[in-house]
Ligand binder design. Structure first.
Ligand code: SF4
Length: 342
């Protein structure tokens, strides 16, 4: 089997603030295989975006700093050790990124054509004509009609969905080996969200690019991801294949996330539930399980000892004391598990 395109090992990222240290990412480890789509899911502030932006080294330093761990890309770059100059060559060329809000990522004073062509010429050189031909090809790839005319338009002349297609075209301009999509559909309305997810899936199938999809909404990943990582309070609390997470989730936090996803196969009278409470303060993370204050199954051991990962299969693990062989057996909520959404 070929080496993973990305190997993240025990990554720790903190922010040094006046009031103290915010431990945003607290020992995250995962691999991404070539051509794979991996979703990282969790509430705001769980560390998923900081993890993704650290892979691109986009988190401003200071106040952030990489406290420990390693991020190995393409079996040759140790991302945590590269200089800014070296990262500039990798960003856009080998790793592309799609952000949540295309309006703030696109330059309002430049036509979309100039922006796509600039990215192509910065990383690949070549003539203006060659870059223009590639820009047209990219707009066709992302499903834009009249690509030659679109190149002459400014971002404000396009709809939100079209702007996100332009961002995807820019991210794909240099055929990156890895594409990171950070909440790519959050700023869009529901029908456009579905179109953008279909587009990403289509692009992945055509180009074979590996994708990390960051989202707070498990429903968004049901169609596309092959594997899912669930993060909470800066840590991975569960990981598994799409089927393992949707059909047989093991962690009470994942149960809570799934209870907030609408399902087509459930009784229409069943309500969507939110997880009560708020995530812990990462200035001073709790000693034991970080989810304990919100977990209806919390035991004494949870308050004092951080749970290790227990494995349900080679690909499926969860950090919860309920999976310890001596733990009391609890039934997961009836509306969780069984069939994947849709
Ligand atoms: Fe709940 Fe304890 Fe499991 Fe944490 S370790 S999720 S508090 S049961």
């Amino acid at each position: 089997m070929s080496k993973p395109i990305l190997e993240v090992d025990n990554l720790q990222v903190s922010f040094k603030m006046f009031a103290g240290e915010v431990q945003a990412v607290r020992g995250v480890s995962f691999n991404l295989n070539k051509g794979e789509v991996l979703a990282i899911v969790g509430e705001s502030g769980c560390g998923k975006s900081v993890t993704a932006q650290t892979i691109m080294r986009l988190v401003p330093t200071p106040p952030s700093y990489i406290k420990g761990g390693s991020v190995k890309f393409d079996d040759k770059y140790e991302i945590t050790k590269l200089s800014e100059k070296e990262m500039e060559k990798i960003r856009g060329a080998e790793i592309g990124m799609i952000f949540q809000d295309p309006m703030t990522s696109l330059n309002p004073t430049m036509t979309v054509g100039s922006q796509i062509m600039e990215s192509i010429r910065k990383h690949q050189g070549g003539s203006k004509e060659k870059a223009r031909a590639r820009a047209i090809e990219l707009l066709q790839l992302v499903g834009m009609s009249n690509p030659a005319e679109r190149l002459r338009q400014y971002p404000h002349e396009l709809s939100g969905g079209m702007r996100q297609r332009i961002m995807i075209a820019i991210a794909l301009a240099c055929n990156p080996k890895l594409l990171i999509a950070d909440e790519p559909t959050t700023a869009l309305d529901v029908t456009i969200q579905a179109q953008i997810m279909d587009l990403l899936q289509d692009v992945q199938e055509k180009t074979g690019t590996s994708i990390i999809l960051i989202t707070h909404d498990l429903g968004v990943v049901a169609e596309m991801a092959q594997r899912i990582i669930v993060m909470y309070a800066g840590k991975v609390v569960e990981q598994g294949t799409l089927d393992e997470i949707f059909y047989d989730p093991k962690h009470p936090y994942t149960w809570g996330l799934l209870q907030s996803v609408p399902r087509l196969d459930s009784d229409t009278s069943s309500e969507l539930k939110s997880i009560p409470g708020t995530p812990p303060d990462l200035f001073a993370p709790p000693k034991g399980c970080a989810f304990a204050a919100r977990c209806p199954y919390a035991m004494e051991v949870c308050l004092n000892h951080d749970p290790e990962h227990f494995y349900a299969s080679e690909s499926h693990s969860a950090a919860c004391w309920l999976l310890h062989p001596d733990a009391p057996k609890v039934e997961r909520p009836v509306e969780v598990g069984g069939r994947a959404n849709g």
